[in-house]
Design a protein around this ligand. Structure first.
Ligand code: IPM
Ligand code: MN
Length: 359
């Protein structure tokens, strides 16, 4: 890694550009305040990239991503591109960049801010102080397994769920290490009662557990895990699971915190390089209206500071500033209740920035 901290922003589609612009302003402020030596560039990914180049993940973006230490993504996708063939769709751009850099470890924390307990659809006692981490395998499983596609000359289509030992071990290690730093509890989620690939996953994870005698490992079937997440979410601390199950469970976990608009994520490979993105999508219904919640994008910058740049102080400054804005009662519409003052994307961004300036 060079001395400079090179960051590539890929605003993408829908609300992506709005929340990414807030993140950009945040990065400029952090750079000044903490003398970080940031070098920020911008690129195309998703639907916008398809519009301008015919490719959702153009070579120019790949080159820029190679030259950067961390990538911040807004969001990709929208109804406009729904009719495109699979390889031109905006999502293909996102899957392409994840796969290209082997960002196999997707960390999705679901933390309920104490200011937002009432925003959750679950009862307060079920979710107060909720803090769980989903470790989702991101570059394998059914998302990438071959063979896939339409079966030529027949009325069939298929995808393949496939995991190698190497893939399970490397995501398992990330999960065990995370659990070790937290409560020491890890739950591995699979469908081992039906799928061979899951039985294999369970075997490999159980084997790996021998290297982590201090971590208490449990296994749960994915249907039960979905139920348990809404029944008694605080029984979990770290969950590790495959790509598809992690996609679904992380949306459930996100909603426990009141709004998917709050949650950041990090996708990491074996180096410090990472792709950081909000868990939310491109929300075309509210795009361009200054309604989107920029906090997931802001908190993704905090994760970037922590995981790629080892700037723990910067990361916690961002997180504390977000907490104190929420404590002041300011809310974007997705997390607002009637008595709250509702503010837009830009103003929410300004609020967080001014708290950071004051620190
Ligand atoms: C996510 C998204 C993506 C996924 C889509 C947009 C490809 O839902 O990051 O969770 O399924 O991984
Ligand atoms: Mn998803």
């Amino acid at each position: 890694m060079s001395n400079k901290k090179r960051i590539l922003i890929l605003p993408g589609d829908g609300i992506g550009p709005e929340v990414s612009f807030v993140a950009y302003q945040l990065l400029l402020l952090l750079d000044k305040k903490f003398s970080l030596g940031l070098e920020i560039s911008e690129g195309l990914l998703g639907g916008i990239a398809y519009e301008e180049t015919g490719d959702p993940f153009p070579k120019e973006t790949l080159d820029k991503a190679k030259e950067s230490d961390a990538i911040l993504l807004g969001a990709v996708g929208g109804p406009k591109w729904d009719q495109l063939p699979a390889d031109k769709r905006p999502e293909k751009g996102l899957l392409g960049i994840r796969s290209e850099f082997d960002f196999f470890a997707n960390l999705r924390p679901a933390i309920l801010s104490k200011e937002l307990v009432s925003a959750s659809t679950l009862k307060e006692e079920k979710v107060a102080d909720l803090n769980l981490l989903i470790v989702r395998e991101l570059t394998g499983g059914i998302y990438f397994g071959e063979p896939r596609g339409r079966v030529e000359g027949s009325d069939e289509a298929l995808n393949t769920m496939r995991y190698s030992k190497h893939e399970v071990i490397r995501i398992g290690k990330v999960a065990f290490e995370s659990a070790r730093k937290r409560s020491g509890k890890l739950c591995s989620v699979d469908k081992a009662n039906v799928l061979e690939v899951s039985a294999f996953w369970r075997e490999v994870i159980s084997d790996l557990a021998k290297e982590y005698p201090d971590v208490e490992l449990s296994h749960m079937l994915v249907d039960n895990a979905a139920m348990q997440l809404v029944r008694e979410p605080k029984q979990f601390d770290v969950i590790v699971t495959g790509n598809l199950f992690g996609d679904i469970l992380s949306d459930i976990a996100a909603m426990l915190t009141g709004s998917i608009g709050m949650l950041p994520s990090a996708s990491l490979n074996d180096t410090k390089k990472g792709l950081y993105e909000p868990v939310h999508g491109s929300a075309p219904d509210i795009s361009g209206k200054d309604l989107a919640n920029p906090l997931a994008s802001i908190l993704s910058v905090a994760m970037m500071m922590r995981y790629t740049f080892d700037e723990e102080e910067v990361a916690s400054t961002i997180e504390h500033s977000v907490e104190s804005v929420l404590a002041s009662g300011k809310r974007t519409q997705d997390i607002a209740k009637e008595e709250d003052t509702t503010i837009g994307t830009k103003e929410m961004g300004q609020e967080v920035l001014s708290k950071i300036e004051l620190r």
